[in-house]
Design a protein around this ligand. Structure first.
Ligand code: FE
Length: 353
């Protein structure tokens, strides 16, 4: 497998000069797939190599973070060699789609393999993106300061009982935007905004840091309650560092809303690039990603859950925190796209940084 880590400078310069792009190793009909990926886990390599061995389709990969990939696709425009794009979180998928970067995926196999709530809203042309692994957005709390019963739901995060105790990362981060978008979908605009306002009123400090920082802040006593994606907690649980283990010994994980609407799950997913030069290879690759073999690697690479129907993953860290069997929210992630702008406006009104 060929692997381009850095963006080829000459390519970007040529584009800036208005040159027509014909330089990439991918010509139409070739057995090639150009993959722009925001995922880089070692186990993914085995998965990609297996795809190449099985299909004869060579993968050229560009690694960047989500924002870098979107910026690159926009800069490259119609000349972009990208076929498949791997991004993380429905909010990012929805935003890239809104910017016209995807073309619809049509695959009866994927329609069957991946549950409809883990994909973009279907149109007669297909779906704009589809999930390939899932992660849950869970509550982490300090059992010495808070009872599990007081943090059993997302709604309770806004209860005045938790005043001065809640830590979150930025409200505008995709992980929070997606969660808030489904809360608003569930509760309606008025109650949804009131909930966000209550959440802000309960904060121990202004939003900052990433999900791991929130877990650490609970362990250190800076706050008593926080939100995180499951794989960050699993990573600390699996860590060989004693300080990471100590953090997880001090906190508890709750899968929220088990008695009601279920826990919010989000996706790492894929889309076909608007200007894909190998769209058939792209569909073939995505169908491969939905296979039990690839699902296992895809999910395990980042301590996530498989997205495909009937595929289970055996991950002791996820099991230990209650991730083996839990009720998931059944609001389609397509609702995230619909509510994204509205939620951002709500955040501005309630002063959620
Ligand atoms: Fe993450």
């Amino acid at each position: 497998m060929k692997h381009f880590r850095a963006a080829p400078k000459h390519l970007m310069t040529a584009l800036a000069m208005g040159a027509t792009l014909v330089t990439l190793p991918a010509l139409a009909q070739e057995k090639v797939l150009n993959l722009y990926s925001a995922r880089h886990y070692q186990t993914d390599e085995v998965m990609y190599d297996t795809f190449t061995k099985t299909t004869g389709i060579k993968i050229n990969r560009v690694d960047a973070d989500d924002a870098g990939i979107v910026a690159r696709l926009k800069a490259e425009g119609a000349a972009s060699p990208a076929d498949v794009i791997l991004l993380v979180d429905a909010a990012r998928m929805a935003s890239a789609d809104a910017q016209g970067l995807f073309r619809p995926i049509k695959s009866p196999l994927l329609d069957k393999a991946i549950p409809a709530n883990l994909r973009a809203t279907a149109t007669p042309d297909g779906v704009a993106w589809t999930g390939f692994s899932t992660r849950a957005r869970v509550i982490v709390f300090d059992p010495l300061r808070v009872k599990a019963a007081d943090v059993a739901t997302y709604e309770q995060l806004a209860d005045p009982k938790l005043k001065g105790m809640v830590c979150t990362r930025s409200g505008s981060h995709p992980y929070n935007l997606s969660l808030f978008a489904t809360v608003v979908e569930r509760l309606g605009d008025e109650k949804g905004e009131a909930w966000l306002k209550g959440l802000v009123a309960n904060m121990a400090r202004a939003p900052k840091g990433g999900d791991t920082d929130q877990i650490k802040a609970v362990a250190s006593g800076e706050c008593a309650v926080a939100l995180t994606n499951t794989y960050y907690a699993a990573r600390l649980l699996k860590s060989s560092k004693s300080e990471d283990k100590a953090i997880m010994e001090k906190v508890r994980v709750v899968f929220p809303n088990q008695g009601t609407s279920g826990t919010h799950v989000n996706i790492a997913g894929a889309a076909i690039a608007k200007h894909a030069k190998h769209p058939e290879n792209a569909v073939q690759f995505m169908e491969f990603l939905a296979s039990p073999f690839a699902q296992d690697y895809f999910a395990n690479g980042n301590n996530e859950f498989p997205a495909a129907v009937g595929v289970k993953v055996d991950n002791p860290a996820l099991k230990a925190m209650g991730g083996e069997n839990f009720k998931t929210e059944n609001i389609p992630l397509g609702a995230v796209a619909k509510n994204l702008t509205k939620v951002q406006q709500m955040l501005d009104r309630v002063g959620y940084k």
